[in-house]
Design a protein around this ligand. Structure first.
Ligand code: NAD
Length: 497
């Protein structure tokens, strides 16, 4: 049955859907609840895909590879992707509302980051696919003649896209856009916490003229559900995943069957290194964003802050003041700067680290508990932004990714000491370096073991640059031409002349 998205989400109770072969597929089996983390209210009932629906989606994606999509030129694909970007911007308010209801994130963030970046991802990779070149070599042949070698890029086939809840549209399109630009087809499994924007995108794909089966969405959970059925499906040629390192381990095992390639953007325990020669106010404001934006639910966020001793007290005092100035409230109110955590379950996890910090003797500079909210937000998963000092480096609070609005601040004396502390982690996603000494900036950036080192900034992204993590923070790089390594295969053609 084909049902427009707006009819599905205005049904009572609202229903989410799968999107398979260009059509919305409503529930045939189990339903689960999608709740608004700001209020606890029901947003929609979501169908959980069973194995046969995942199979339908993968088969649709395989069929589409040999249909009109598979015969399109790069120019034609790029033109369609630009229409998808335009379609997201035309439906900006629908996407914005859906993202805010699913995540509880403030409008001030979603309107400036999530939705415009969702559209920008399609434009960037449309540009990118038009700009790539491949190598060619002329060679002498044993019979005295010549041969010409040239490489062509071919799509991998059906790509499974498994995405998280923290930046749902942004992170999902960050993978869907390059996959489609390269001529693949996709089956997306959005997070069970945030099913709506992936679903809405189906209608935009249809309106843009993307052929049926090129973009498919199956809803559900991970283990023993849609996520696992998809990653284990033999019709999938590659798996791109953003989420926890532990989930990446499970997906890698599934990918081993059939020797399928993976591209992973995983967890982090990111450090900020704040040197005494920095612009203190810029460092405080940058760390305020990196620790507390999206209620601390950003993979690139800072949870460990190392501050050089001469400015330690001043930095802590200023960051405390700034954190206490964050405003919890109605996510749709433009003045709200701090939303809730994604769920009650996640709040229990983050609060267990707050408790652990207290038990291990941390000094609580600010926060440490549940944020007190009145109706209609009293049943939301609100939490206080929290800053600690005084914990040992080996504390689990300093070693494990918490993914909440919190950070620990520790003083250091020497540059070597700060670099060693930053690197003493199984993760290696991002670092922020705050200094006005240009030599120090380059030196430290070359020594921190991360995929992305920011100097005097944070989350400043040029989408042409390589993005990914070192150590247990990921496998591979996406962004710009780098994603082509995963989303295409190179075929060498050797022509005897
Ligand atoms: P998660 O790993 O719990 O879930 C991510 C997705 O994987 C969801 O769609 C989930 O249903 C699915 N999944 C879970 N188990 C699965 C399985 N066995 N097989 C197949 N699919 C499975 O992550 P999350 O809680 O949604 O997101 C938060 C995590 O994501 C944090 O660790 C954060 O650092 C990380 N993250 C990383 C980046 C990055 O770019 N490196 C960006 C954003 C988030």
């Amino acid at each position: 049955m084909s049902t427009p998205a707006h009819q599905i989400i205005t049904a009572s109770p609202p229903q989410a859907a799968h999107f398979i072969d260009g059509r919305y597929v409503c529930a045939t089996g189990a339903l689960f609840e999608n709740r608004n983390p700001a209020t606890g209210a029901l947003v929609s009932l979501v169908p959980e895909a069973d194995e046969s629906q995942v199979d339908d989606a993968v088969r649709a994606a395989r069929r589409a590879l040999s249909g009109p999509w598979g015969r399109m030129s790069e120019q034609e694909r790029a033109a369609l992707l630009r229409k998808v970007a335009d379609g997201i911007m035309r439906r900006f308010d629908d996407f914005l509302r859906a993202e805010i209801l699913d995540t509880g994130k403030p409008k001030s963030l979603a309107a400036h980051l999530d939705i415009p970046r969702g559209a920008a991802n399609f434009n960037v990779f449309a540009d990118q696919i038009m700009a790539v070149a491949t190598e060619s070599f002329r060679m002498a042949t044993p019979n005295g003649g010549q041969a010409l070698n040239y490489a062509i890029r071919v799509p991998r086939g059906v790509i499974a896209v498994i995405s998280p809840w923290n930046l749902p549209l942004l992170l999902m399109t960050w993978k869907v856009a390059p996959a489609l630009a390269c001529g693949n087809t996709v089956v997306v499994k959005p997070s069970e916490e945030t099913p709506t924007t992936a679903m809405l995108l189906g209608e935009v794909m249809n309106e843009a003229g993307i052929p049926p089966g090129v973009y498919n969405v199956v809803q559900g959970f991970g283990p023993s559900s849609a996520g696992e059925f998809l990653t284990r499906h033999p019709g999938v040629n590659g798996i791109t995943f953003t989420g926890e390192t532990r989930t990446g381990t499970a997906i890698m095992k599934a990918a081993a069957e059939g020797v399928r390639p993976v591209s992973f953007e995983l967890g982090g325990k990111n450090a900020a290194l704040v040197f005494a020669d920095c612009d203190l106010e810029a460092a405080v404001q940058g760390t305020l964003r990196s620790a507390f934006a999206n209620c601390g639910q950003v993979c690139l966020g800072t949870e460990r802050v190392y501050v050089q001793r001469p400015i330690f007290e001043a930095f802590v005092a200023r960051l405390k003041r700034a954190a206490e100035g964050l405003k919890c409230g109605d996510p749709f109110d433009a003045s709200t700067t701090l939303g809730p955590l994604i769920s009650q379950e996640h709040r229990r996890k983050v609060l267990s680290y707050y408790e652990r910090a207290r038990a291990e003797g941390a000094e609580i500079v600010t926060g440490g508990g549940i944020a007190d909210m009145s109706s209609p937000f009293a049943s939301g998963s609100w939490i206080e932004p929290t800053i600690w000092t005084g914990l040992p480096e080996e504390s689990v609070v300093n070693r494990e990714e918490i993914f909440g609005p919190c950070c620990h601040i520790r003083p250091f004396d020497e540059e070597d000491e700060a670099v060693a502390a930053a690197n003493d982690s199984p993760y290696g996603l991002a670092a922020a370096i705050w200094t006005q000494d240009v030599r120090r900036a380059h030196r430290v950036a070359s020594r921190v073991e991360v995929g992305i080192a920011w100097v005097n900034s944070w989350f400043l992204r040029d989408l042409r640059t390589p993005f990914g993590g070192s150590k247990q923070s990921g496998i591979g790089r996406e962004g710009g031409v780098h994603g082509l390594e995963f989303y295409t295969e190179l075929r060498n053609v050797c022509v005897q002349l």
